[in-house]
Ligand binder design. Structure first.
Ligand code: FMN
Length: 376
């Protein structure tokens, strides 16, 4: 019998093992550096920032309310991973951040789910904290006064089980000094609809956004769930209902097994998957949503380095939130601000905004009709 031929490949394990040999494409960096000085003698000179300090990192996340959510930079921290901002005061310089999205806040205090509530996964973690928080009145009393003295805006992440819940919480936050904006966590069960999450039901997502919009003039960002078949119609309904910005994504629904005890590991059985493992999903959703809405899109999901920030910006995000990675490295958000500025200076970009959406299909008014279909 002839011995089987061993197939030797020098490709990395992540390379497509079925790929036919192709001609090597022309090398091109993600962004071509602008030529310094005029390319042609009749072309006007383009001012190119030579110093990191000259790079414009500012971004307005609620352009319809000019200045109301104007950030100094596009690096935010994600809800549930940075507490109320005060917890990291000793370690990180919170004044440098673009904005802080605080822990999910509900009408009444919540003690959260049964333990265990977190577990590590390959390239990520599962959590089922269950929105543990002291309730909106305590949040205002304990933190808002301090937030009002910060130059970093604090966006309060709001959760509820009914539209009335959301509206009541937002009414209490409206006009409170120190509260710069609202992020609606709509990945919560809508008790009136048999527990179906607001985020997975276009009508409910639209209704809660519209009701909150009527209740406040604060900048309003609504956070999408990835746990839907097609997020685009939901994103459009949220924009039409008056959201100033859309953040994407919340965690992916998952679970883990405790093999020794032969049962689900988390006290709540299900948990939300976050971390680098979810980045490709988040990137795909940001790319789709950025083609569907005109309001700013704020990317969340697995950001752990500058490359992730660049990918999300190129896919159409106007800003990014750093989440799970903060647990391992609380200084990461600050470092990303510096690294983004350095990248822009090095590539001759006056503002990071020049990167936003460069990887989107051309012609924003003709969104890609490609769905999430793929053929493995
Ligand atoms: C421990 C933990 C708690 C979270 N709590 C909230 C929350 O209260 N409200 C919310 O909207 N998202 C919450 N999230 C989701 C994050 O804000 C973020 O959307 C998600 O983790 C994906 O980003 P990442 O991969 O960078 O962590 C939480 C995530 C983690 C890991």
């Amino acid at each position: 019998m002839k011995p089987k031929k061993r197939v030797v490949t020098n490709r990395s394990t992540a390379a497509d093992p079925y790929a036919a040999p192709r001609r090597r494409p022309a090398l091109a960096g993600p962004v071509q550096a602008r030529p310094r000085g005029p390319a042609r003698s009749d072309a006007p000179a383009i001012p190119v920032p030579s110093r990191v300090a000259d790079v414009d990192l500012s971004v307005d996340l609620a352009p319809a309310r000019p200045g109301a959510l104007a950030l100094r930079n596009p690096i935010l921290v994600a809800s549930g991973t940075f507490g109320y901002g005060v917890e990291y005061g000793e370690v990180a310089d919170v004044q440098r951040l673009g904005a802080i999205c605080c822990k999910g806040t509900t009408l009444r205090p919540r003690f959260g789910n049964e333990p265990p509530r977190v577990t590590e996964t390959p390239a990520g973690m599962l959590n089922s904290i269950g929105l543990q928080n002291p309730g909106v009145d305590a949040v205002i009393e304990k933190y808002a006064g301090l937030w009002a003295t910060w130059q970093t805006p604090v966006i309060v992440n709001v959760a509820g089980e009914s539209i009335e819940d959301y509206v009541t919480v937002v009414r209490r936050l409206d006009g409170v000094p120190g509260v710069a904006g609202i992020e609606l966590n709509i990945s919560c069960p809508n008790v009136g609809k048999g527990g179906l999450q607001f985020a997975v039901d276009r009508e409910a997502a639209s209704a809660v956004t519209a009701a909150v919009r009527r209740a406040t003039d604060l900048p309003l960002m609504v956070k999408l769930s990835p746990n839907v078949a097609d997020v685009r119609a939901i994103a459009k309904a949220i924009e039409d209902a008056g959201a100033d910005a859309i953040s994407a994504i919340n965690t992916l629904s998952g679970m883990a097994i405790d093999r020794r005890r032969r049962r689900p590991l988390l006290g709540n059985t299900y948990g939300g998957l976050s971390g680098p493992a979810i980045k490709p999903v988040a990137l795909r959703i940001v790319y789709e949503v950025a083609q569907t809405v005109r309001v700013p899109v704020v990317a969340i999901g697995g950001v752990s380095g500058l490359d992730d920030v660049l990918d999300f910006l190129m896919a159409g995000a106007s800003a990014v939130q750093v989440g799970t990675a903060i647990f391992a490295d609380p200084l990461l958000p600050e470092r990303l601000i510096d690294e983004l500025a350095a990248y822009c200076a090095e590539h001759g970009l006056a503002s990071f905004r020049e990167l936003v959406g460069v990887a989107l299909p051309k012609g924003r008014d003709r969104p890609s009709v490609k769905g999430v279909e793929y053929r493995p």
